[in-house]
Every structure is written in structure tokens, then in C-alpha cells.
Design a protein around this ligand. Structure first.
Ligand SMILES: [Mn+2]
Length: 418
């Protein structure tokens, strides 16, 4: 019997919302996984990619991760990993550094046998290069075998890489595929194998509402997958649907019903009612001890109301308002978020947008068509393509121009980023 912890998408070094505490949170979550493995005396920790958020992690992140891996190593528990899309470099990987220090094993097409299970690895492979893969693995004589890899796999939603095809083409019979990339955990049976995502260990975006955790995978006569939760930063999600004539007071009162101390507060406004200045809700939450507060207003506000509502107290708010006026598709909004907001590190923006656009277009060739509610498409034509280097820019005027670069009225303008 072999019992391993399957984790991934730890995104160490991600300073989410530009708050240093959040950067610590991502390392803390990874440390928790490792300490659980030690407490449980797991046979190994298997990491399915995106150990780091950025392919150029800061020295503090490299050192912090080193310290965590040393703890694991002192407990004689192997760390087996593959390279994800966030951290992949063209030449040597950070994982190789840890491997050279005896702290990690980079899984590949040769078996790494732990107890009576053979583990293999396949790093993230960009879609354009997948046709060249032959899924040829060196044979093993262990009782069970698992493939650890990173990508969006069918049969899960949004998959663009077919797990069933990999299982049938592989020269080794795998009992399980241990996956990273999709931050939502899940498991499905494909033919005779279990295909499972462990999920991220901290919320890397506000869409990751469910509690975070990891998988415990046991290889015996059969494969068993259970989950264990992690104690991560508190997120408070407040979804407010405003009725006619309701406004900021209603939003504040809903937000005020929660314990906000040290929490990340994510407020989502929909429905009807009066204009609400996000900054007024955000400062309300911060006054009550929130670490971070973010407000998204999903209502359609007319241009007339908009003019009286824009506050330049915070240029980011003004940009958010302006971007909403542009009538972008959901897809273009996503891309704007990638480029302009702090979610993706500067160095990764170009690749992330490229990957995202490819994914979107492969699913729906109209994905980047302008949203139906566009009111300002004329102004949207200034396609400044230099946004990727300028995320830190706090000059309101300049940032508004950069936001135009993601204009959804043209695939053409988006393609300038590629
Ligand atoms: Mn990830």
C-alpha cells in the first residue's frame, strides 16, 4: 500500500491584491500541507505543478519554499513534482535547483517508485506541442502506477487535453492521473483509472469560493481518494441584490453583518437601485478590520449616471468604471483582468494572455466579440498594446488608455498582445 498527499497549484510568491500578507498566506498553506504530511507520515508529497506563481520568484519565495522542503526532507518524506504553466521556464526549472539539493524529485518518463507505486511525470505542455507527444514511459514492476501532470483535462469541464486519450496511448497502465492546473478539486473515473484534481491550496482568485485543501491518495488493490481541508485566510463573500431605491446603505449593512477581521472581503452587487461607489464600501470594510476589500458592481449603469458617479479618489476605481462602459465580452474582461490587475505577475502576463486567448478561441470562436451592452465602442479603439509592462502604474489617465488595449471590439487588438 502507498499513501501520498497529492497537492498542487500552491502559487508561492503570489502577492494577491498587492498585499504582502497574502504573499505569506500562499507559503503558509504550502507549509501546512507539508506539516500534515509529516504528522501523517505520508509516503510522499506529490506536487502537480505551479509550485510558484511566477517563473521569476523572488529570493524570499525561493528561500521560504526551500525551508518548507527541508522540513519534509528531514522527516524523510520525498517530494515528487512536475512543472506547471505558471512557473515553466525555457531552460532549467526551479525544481531542478531543489532536486540538486536533494530536496525534490522532478518526475519524468522514468518510474520513481515509492513503496509499491511507480510515479511518472509530464510537465505542462502547450497545446501546440501536444501532437508530438508519444506518451512513451519506461516500464516499471511496481504494483500500481500514477501519472502526475498539469493542464486542463477532459472529462472535466473546460478541458482541452483528453485524459482518456493519454491513458489509452500511454505505454504504461496508469491507475491514476494526479492533476494540477484546475484550481477546483474533482475526481472522475476514466476507464479503469481515477483522474483527479487536488485544487489550489489558497484562493488564487475570488472565484475560488469553496474551502481549499488537498487529496490523500491511497494505492492498494484499488485507488482511494479522500480530501482534507486547509485552514486558509478567511474570505467573506457578500452578494447583494439591490432593490429599487436601495443603495450604499443596504450594501454596507449586508457587509457589516459579517466578521471582517483580517478577512478578504469580496462584495458583488447586482439587481437594481442607486449607484454605489466601490471605494465607499471598501473603506467601510477596511474600517472594520478587513485585510482587503473588493467591490464588483454587476449592474448596468447608464452613462449619465456614470458621469456623476466616477470618483477619482482611487484611479483604479475610475478605470474599473470606464472598462465597464466599454461593453467588453466576458472573455475580454478576463483578459483585461489578467493584464491590468495584479492577479498575474508582470513577467507572466504575455504568456498568460496568449494561453487564455487560445483557450477561449478554441472553445468559442466568438468569445472575444463585444458584449451586447457596449455603449462606448468608438472610444474603445485606441489599442495601446503596451499594457503588460505597466501594471503598477497608478496614474489614472495612463491606466485608462492601457485598459483600452484589451478592447473586445476586435480580436485584432487582442492579438497585438500575442
Ligand atoms: Mn495554477
Amino acid at each position: 500500500m502507498t499513501r501520498v498527499i497529492h497537492t498542487g497549484d500552491t502559487h508561492v510568491g503570489y502577492q494577491q491584491y498587492n498585499v504582502p500578507d497574502r504573499r505569506d498566506d500562499f507559503l503558509d498553506a504550502f507549509r501546512q500541507v507539508v506539516r500534515d504530511a509529516i504528522a501523517d507520515d505520508a509516503d510522499a508529497v506529490v506536487h502537480a505543478g505551479d509550485l510558484f506563481h511566477d517563473r521569476r520568484p523572488a529570493l524570499a519565495d525561493i528561500m521560504g519554499t526551500l525551508t518548507v522542503l527541508e522540513e519534509l526532507s528531514e522527516a524523510d518524506i520525498p517530494f515528487l513534482a512536475v512543472v506547471g504553466n505558471h512557473e515553466a521556464k525555457r531552460d532549467a526549472q526551479w525544481l531542478d535547483l531543489y532536486e540538486s539539493l536533494g530536496l525534490a524529485t522532478r518526475l519524468d518518463d522514468e518510474p520513481t517508485v515509492i513503496s509499491d507505486t511507480a510515479f511518472y511525470g509530464l510537465d505542462f505542455v502547450p497545446r501546440s506541442q501536444r501532437e508530438d507527444l508519444d506518451y512513451d514511459f519506461v516500464p516499471h514492476d511496481a504494483d500500481s502506477a500514477a501519472l502526475v501532470t498539469h493542464g486542463l483535462f477532459q472529462p472535466f469541464d473546460y478541458g482541452d487535453w483528453d485524459a482518456e486519450a493519454i491513458l489509452s496511448e500511454s505505454s504504461v497502465d496508469f491507475d491514476a492521473m494526479l492533476l494540477g492546473d484546475n484550481h477546483d478539486p474533482g475526481k472522475q473515473q476514466v476507464e479503469d483509472a481515477w483522474v483527479t484534481y487536488c485544487g489550489s491550496t489558497e484562493r488564487a482568485s475570488a472565484s475560488e469560493r469553496e474551502d481549499r485543501g488537498y487529496n490523500i491518495v491511497t494505492f492498494d488493490d484499488e485507488v482511494r481518494i479522500t480530501r482534507r481541508g486547509l485552514d486558509t485566510r478567511e474570505f467573506v463573500f457578500v452578494d447583494v441584490e439591490l432593490g429599487p431605491e436601495e443603495g450604499v446603505e443596504r450594501v454596507r449593512s449586508r457587509v457589516g453583518q459579517h466578521d471582517l477581521e483580517d478577512a478578504v472581503v469580496i462584495v458583488s452587487i447586482s439587481g437594481d437601485g442607486d449607484p454605489v461607489t466601490p471605494a465607499s464600501v471598501e473603506s467601510f470594510a477596511l474600517d472594520r478590520g478587513a485585510l482587503v476589500a473588493r467591490v464588483t458592481d454587476h449592474r448596468e449603469i447608464t452613462a449619465e449616471e456614470q458621469e456623476t458617479d466616477i470618483s477619482f479618489a482611487d484611479p483604479d476605481d475610475a478605470v474599473t468604471e470606464r472598462v465597464r462602459e466599454l461593453g467588453l465580452s466576458e472573455a475580454a474582461h478576463d483578459i483585461d483582468e489578467t493584464i491590468r490587475a495584479s492577479k498575474v505577475a508582470d513577467a507572466n502576463v504575455k504568456d498568460e494572455v496568449e494561453r487564455h486567448v487560445r483557450d477561449l478561441l478554441s472553445k468559442d470562436s466568438d468569445a472575444l466579440a463585444a458584449g451586447a451592452d457596449g455603449t462606448a465602442s468608438d472610444e474603445a479603439d485606441g489599442t495601446d498594446a503596451d499594457a503588460s509592462g505597466d501594471q503598477g502604474d497608478t496614474d489614472g489617465g495612463a491606466t485608462v488608455n492601457e485598459a483600452d488595449g484589451t478592447d473586445g471590439d476586435g480580436q485584432a487588438s487582442v492579438e497585438e498582445f500575442l
